[in-house]
Design a protein around this ligand. Structure first.
Ligand code: ARG
Ligand code: ZN
Ligand code: CA
Length: 247
């Protein structure tokens, strides 16, 4: 995009414990992170290695909380998994707002240290959107280190806009699979925690893996960029299968 575009967001808070009923302030802190990360105004953008400065992208995508775009639902369920139960009021979750017009984000207690999950474009409308654990959402309140900078939501929205993991999603540890983005180096598998530059794998010496990409698995404070190629792929999604979102 050369002109900024805007996606309306609705956040569904589904809670069993009062603690899980996160504050409006915490939700707004997440929106701020999204707008910084996707517009490349994130404070840590200068940590991108110089060799990749030219690749770091402003995606021109902005996120705006829809009018009355916070819903709050008490549930009998203690936890949720990645099975989409959270997306159905009759099952103890909360039905989405029309998924062609709104990015639906559910925030809840996810089991087994699952930080979040997303639906790629082209899936069933009734389960479209992203789900984030209440401990990995926003930057304050119940957000817990090392996932307390809101990057789980940045990562999941990357998937929602058709980005694969930077290490490829074909096989778990392979130099042969791809993220279908040309300007991200091929890398063997996920990186975790706080890697140091350079971290070399496959044939990507001397600069190595672009582990500081939002689509790797590193800690929130170790990821700070999308590439131009990734921005282009998200743009193609917003001009294609997700075009109704921009109306
Ligand atoms: N494992 C999750 C996924 O594959 C999210 C990882 C998010 N990483 C982070 N540093 N917040 O979708
Ligand atoms: Zn992922
Ligand atoms: Ca690549």
């Amino acid at each position: 995009f050369v002109d900024p575009v805007r996606i309306y967001v609705v956040v569904h808070v589904v809670y069993h414990e009062a603690l899980e009923n996160i504050s409006d302030e915490q939700i707004l802190s997440q929106l701020e992170v999204l707008n910084n990360d996707f517009r490349r105004t994130n404070k840590d953008r200068d940590q991108v290695p110089n060799v990749w400065d030219d690749l770091a992208a402003d995606t021109f995508i902005n996120f705006e909380l829809a009018p009355d775009g916070i819903t709050r639902t008490a549930t009998d369920l203690l936890q949720f998994s990645s099975d989409n139960t959270i997306k159905s009021s009759s099952k103890g979750g909360k039905d989405p707002w029309p998924t062609e017009s709104y990015l639906n984000i559910w925030v809840c207690n996810l089991e087994n240290s699952l930080l979040g999950y997303a639906q790629f474009p082209g899936g069933p409308p009734e389960t479209d959107g992203v789900v984030i654990d209440y401990r990995a959402f926003g930057t304050l309140g119940t957000a817990e280190a090392p996932f307390n900078l809101g990057r789980t939501t940045t990562h999941e929205i990357g998937h929602y806009l058709n980005l694969s993991h930077i290490f490829g999603d074909g096989r778990s540890n392979s130099c042969d699979d791809s993220d279908y983005v040309d300007d991200t180096p091929n890398q063997l598998g996920p990186n975790y925690n706080k890697p140091t530059f350079p971290t070399v794998s496959c044939a990507n010496a001397p600069h190595g893996d672009m582990f500081m990409n939002y689509m790797d698995y590193v800690d929130d404070d170790s990821m700070f960029m999308f590439t131009k190629g990734q921005a282009y792929r998200m743009k193609a999604t917003l001009l294609g299968p997700r075009a109704p979102l921009l109306r």
